[in-house]
Structure formats: structure tokens, C-alpha cells
Design a binder for this molecule. Structure first.
Ligand code: PGA
Length: 219
């Protein structure tokens, strides 16, 4: 059976110190999880510090970025290229709906970002709002995040999420996870669903105690 994922997306909410404190609080409380992978996605600035701790101490955590540049190395002011992230992150979130709406990222941008990830040994996790957002061919993991469920407390029911994810897969062998108002009361329903390969958690992952409560709900 394929491994399942719990991915924490901290968005633009934590300083470096807060990211490190979170890891040092949560890390020692985690038992080694053989059946699912926990990935934390700090802001770019904290990736190096988080990667260092996770490499030195382990804790069974993996590190991901929240985005990656569409461009290769070069004259692109303000960009963070995949070549900089190589060796620091194992995963990169690509095409979050907030980036599609606020930064006008398109399916073409997503395609370029996936190519950058692949070239630099990073696993892309492509986030889609629905069928309008294409999942490029060389992607193994995607997340369905309906906009109505993001940050609203209105999660989609697990069976409906499972059906939608199965539909988005279109017969391909890729895995699909669910994101949108996941919390300690509903996380198990998503994780246990055979069509759902895990969860992507925003606001409920910010607080270490909340996060641990969700992990404990999976025991
Ligand atoms: P939420 O965010 O868990 O706060 O709904 C999910 C996401 O945007 O990835």
C-alpha cells in the first residue's frame, strides 16, 4: 500500500524562531510513523534552519517549500529557484489557490514549476481547486483543495472528497490528498478513506498542540 501524507502548510504566519520552536516542540512528541509521512512547509526564510534540525535530530519529519520559482537560475529578481532548494526540501507545494488568485499563477506556471522541481530532485505536490486546474503528467502527488473549504471551517465530507479525488485522478496512478479545514475532529475520516492519500493542513497546523492533537487522533 502507498504511504499516506500529513502536510502542514504554515503559509505566511511564522518567523524563523517560531518555525524552529514548533519543530522542537512537536518533533520529540512524534513516534516514528511508519504508515504516514509528515511534511512541514515553512516560509522560504526558515527552510534552511528547519532542514538543519530535521537532518541533525530526525524526528521523522520531512521538509517542503510552499512554492518554487517557474524560472531557472538567472536574472529573475526576488525569485527562489528550485536549484537553491535542492538538498533542503524533499517536496514543494505548487499552485496553491492563494497563489493562483493573488499572484495570478496559471497552469503554464504550474507546469514550469513542476519541471523545475523534477530537474532538481524535489517532489512536486500540485494543488488543484477542481478540474479547471491541470495536473501535469510527471506528477505523482496532487492535493484537491476546494476554495470553499480553505480557511472557512467548512471541510468537505470525506466520502465526497474521496469521490472527487478519484475523478481528478482520471485513471492515472497518481495519489491525491485532501486539503481544506482539516482538524482533529475530521482528520481520521480523510486519512482512513481508501481513495484519499492524506491531508494538507493550513490553520490547524500552526499551533504545535493542535497539530499533535491531530496526529494523536490517527492512533
Ligand atoms: P486550511 O488551509 O487548513 O486553513 O483550510 C488549507 C490550505 O490552504 O492549504
Amino acid at each position: 500500500m502507498n504511504k499516506k501524507y500529513v502536510i502542514a502548510n504554515w503559509k505566511n504566519t511564522k518567523t524563523n524562531k517560531e518555525c524552529v520552536d514548533w519543530i522542537q516542540t512537536v518533533g520529540p512528541q512524534l513516534e516514528s510513523q511508519s504508515n504516514f509521512e509528515i511534511v512541514v512547509c515553512p516560509p522560504f526564510l526558515a527552510l534552511d534552519a528547519v532542514h538543519q534540525i530535521v537532518t541533525d535530530i530526525g524526528y521523522g519529519l520531512k521538509v517542503g517549500s510552499q512554492s518554487v520559482s517557474s524560472f531557472d537560475k538567472g536574472a529573475y529578481t526576488g525569485e527562489i529557484g528550485a536549484f537553491m532548494l535542492e538538498g533542503i526540501v524533499e517536496y514543494a507545494l505548487i499552485g496553491h489557490s492563494e497563489r493562483r488568485s493573488l499572484k495570478h499563477e496559471t497552469n503554464e506556471d504550474v507546469q514550469s514549476q513542476v519541471a523545475q522541481c523534477v530537474a532538481h530532485k524535489i517532489n512536486p505536490v500540485v494543488l488543484v481547486r477542481g478540474v479547471e486546474d491541470a495536473i501535469p503528467e510527471n506528477v505523482g502527488l496532487f492535493a484537491w483543495e476546494p476554495v470553499s473549504a480553505i480557511g472557512t471551517g467548512q471541510a468537505i465530507e470525506a466520502n465526497q472528497a474521496g469521490e472527487t479525488i478519484a475523478g481528478l485522478r482520471q485513471g492515472r496512478s497518481l495519489q491525491g490528498i485532501y486539503g481544506g479545514s482539516v482538524n482533529s475532529a475530521n482528520i481520521a475520516s480523510f486519512m482512513q478513506h481508501p481513495e484519499i492519500a492524506g491531508v494538507l493542513i493550513g490553520s490547524a497546523s500552526n499551533d504545535p498542540t493542535n497539530f499533535l492533537e491531530m496526529i494523536h487522533a490517527l492512533r
